[in-house]
Design a protein around this ligand. Structure first.
Ligand code: OXD
Ligand code: MN
Length: 601
């Protein structure tokens, strides 16, 4: 196998932070014996270690240094062109039985898969350095916080993990030396980045992840989708909490009254933009703050949901990000940022489609080829990414490190739908809200490989991330509701509805504040609404549309519930539930019948 990650040799004092926990030492020894690396590098997350790893990565062309004046302390990484997005086809939940993984996951039997993967890992790190990355997910003093270890042969992974998680000493401290303590085992090897030898496998019953053959973020930063969502959702059900694909934001009124909202949108549907929203001028004095942009871990306290963001950074989609679409994201990625697969300008700045200003006359595209505005290819890959520490975000919420989390007043589901689904509506109650989440659908994006723009059901935006049987996951949601005496209100939004001319009806971005304001009004018990077959709908007067350039017809179209479209939608709900082969809880089947009844009235 070609050695695409040659070993590095740290000076004394770097790479030797061996933990005291015997369970970890035994596991690292076992994986070392299997993968046969040149040496083992125990990461401590320090600045000195980071500088050393960056210097070595520059030497090995894993990173390109960007213009220090324009984007200080920032770097560009190019992944293999065959490896640019999450690959759901080769992502497996490896429970002992197929039923454990359920109808929506690829399943592969646990014991067989371990043997196959151990076969691939045998000698896989020869001539390479094996890095051991300790990290925690969650604020340091949260009861929800989990410890993970990722073994990897990729320097890019180590550098990214340092941004995306709280890495190093802090994890060793949290773990302590109890060999029976709970911690996640993650093994990653690039192998030779061959799509035919690429597998992302989860063993929830063993709290273990093995990912081989990829170097792309979502497949290899094992803290994120693999631990915080797939394994996390499994642990959450066992332990009575929730791990969700949700942003968390704070909304503060001019009077200083604050609510927190969690929102689940599928990948690349604007979670980062929503989490960093800047209200339009009309909403003077209102403030939006970010707790998280992708993942929420929630537990019940005093009959309410409280949420923490388990991550420490943002791994966001770059194209389309501009001072117009998301000024806070732009400020966040102006420095200390690790870019992947964007274009490089002649003065070592970064560029992507949708960035402010004119395109450069010449650049090097994401594959490393010359690019000009006349080129047919995109300069930046549509799924090119930034990894940036959350402390870079000017709108970071003050309570982001709070161990007990923030109370969630409202949960919002949403997807990309050109038709049928109104701009916003509210569920009648928690179980109806679970139905809205369970039947959510969205047009597919570039975040995963495969066709773009096809409507697929994506329950709670968790289709690619639920680590167990989706029927049990729905039931878990229903059961959580039964334990809540002060449940979050549940809403559905759709920023992407189009008019008959094929154009978006709603301006989106900062103007989404108008929808958020209605959500908050409903939480405060002051927002008006009309009862419709699909849920509580705002009338045009209930939304604050002042100083917005939008005509009556567009507003009516945005808020309309078209019976013919909804009959089709209902049939799709039934088709989806039926496709799950009998795992859908009766309470949700009943919700579907109720909707059918309301539409027939
Ligand atoms: C992500 C995704 O990277 O959902 O957040 O794909
Ligand atoms: Mn995501």
């Amino acid at each position: 196998m070609k050695n695409i990650a040659p070993a590095i040799f740290p000076p004394n004092g770097i790479g030797d932070a061996r933990p005291a926990n015997q369970g970890v030492l035994d596991w690292v020894h076992e994986i070392g014996k299997l993968t046969k690396p040149e040496n083992i590098f125990w990461c401590d997350g320090s600045e000195r270690e980071n500088e050393f790893l960056i210097a070595e990565s520059l030497k090995q062309n894993v990173l390109i240094k960007l213009n220090e004046r324009k984007v200080p302390r920032s770097y560009l990484h190019r992944s293999n062109p065959n490896d640019v997005a999450r690959v759901e086809r080769v992502t497996f939940i490896c429970t002992p039985t197929k039923e454990g993984a359920g109808p929506t996951n690829n399943w592969s039997e646990a014991a067989d898969t371990y043997s196959k993967l151990y076969g691939l890992l045998n000698g896989a790190m020869r001539g390479r350095t094996m890095f051991v990355v300790p990290y925690i997910m969650g604020p340091p003093d949260s009861p929800l916080t989990k410890v993970g270890f990722e073994i990897t042969d990729s320097k890019y992974v180590v550098l990214s993990m340092r941004i995306m998680t709280r890495m190093g000493e802090i994890a060793l401290k949290r773990l302590g030396d109890d060999p029976k303590a709970e911690w996640n085992r993650g093994v990653h090897s690039l192998l030779d980045v061959d799509p035919d030898r690429r597998f992302i496998c989860h063993f929830p019953q063993d709290n273990t992840i093995i990912s081989v053959g990829s170097g792309y973020g979502g497949n290899v930063l094992l803290s994120k989708k693999c631990l915080a969502l797939r394994i996390g959702s499994y642990l959450a059900r066992e332990q009575g909490w929730m791990a969700e694909h949700m942003l968390i934001l704070g909304v503060e009124s001019p009077e200083g009254k604050k609510h927190y909202v969690a929102a689940a949108f599928p990948s690349a549907c604007g979670k980062t933009n929503f989490a960093m929203l800047i209200p339009p001028r009309h909403f003077k004095g209102w403030k939006i703050t970010t707790v998280g942009d992708d993942i929420a871990w929630m537990e019940i306290r005093d009959g309410r949901l409280f949420a923490v963001n388990p991550e420490n950074g943002y791994f966001g989609v770059v194209p389309g990000t501009s001072y117009k679409s998301n000024p806070n994201a732009m400020r966040s990625i102006e420095h200390d940022t690790l870019y992947t697969n964007v274009a490089l300008t002649d003065d070592s700045d970064v560029w992507w489609e949708g960035k402010d200003g004119a395109p450069p006359k010449h650049a090097i595209d994401w594959r490393g080829n010359d690019w000009t505005p006349d080129s047919k290819e995109k300069a930046a890959h549509p799924n090119s990414r930034f990894a940036t520490p959350m402390r870079n975000n000017p709108a970071l919420d003050v309570d982001v490190e709070k161990g007990e989390g923030v109370p969630i007043s409202a949960i919002i589901f949403g997807g990309r739908r050109s038709d049928t689904v109104p701009l916003v509506y509210q569920a009648f109650d928690w179980t109806h809200g679970v139905y809205l989440g369970a039947t959510m659908a969205s047009e597919t994006t570039a975040a995963a490989t495969g066709a773009v723009g096809q409507v697929r059901r994506d329950p709670m935006a968790m289709l690619p991330f639920c680590g167990y049987n989706i029927g049990d996951y729905f039931q878990h949601w229903i059961d959580i509701g039964k334990r809540l005496t002060n449940p979050s209100l549940i809403f559905n939004v759709n920023w992407f509805r189009k008019g008959t001319n094929g154009k978006f009806l709603w301006p989106g971005f900062g103007e989404n504040m108008r929808v958020l304001k209605w959500v908050i009004d409903r939480c405060e018990g002051i927002g008006g609404a009309l009862e419709s077959p699909v849920g509580w709908l705002p009338s045009p007067h209930d939304l604050d549309l002042e100083e917005l350039d939008i005509d009556h017809k567009s507003v009516a179209d945005l808020l309309g519930v078209d019976h013919e479209e909804w009959q089709k939608e209902l049939a799709e709900h039934k088709k989806f539930f039926d496709s799950l082969g009998g795992v859908v809880p009766d309470e949700l089947e009943k919700q579907r019948e109720n909707l059918e009844g309301r539409l027939a009235e």
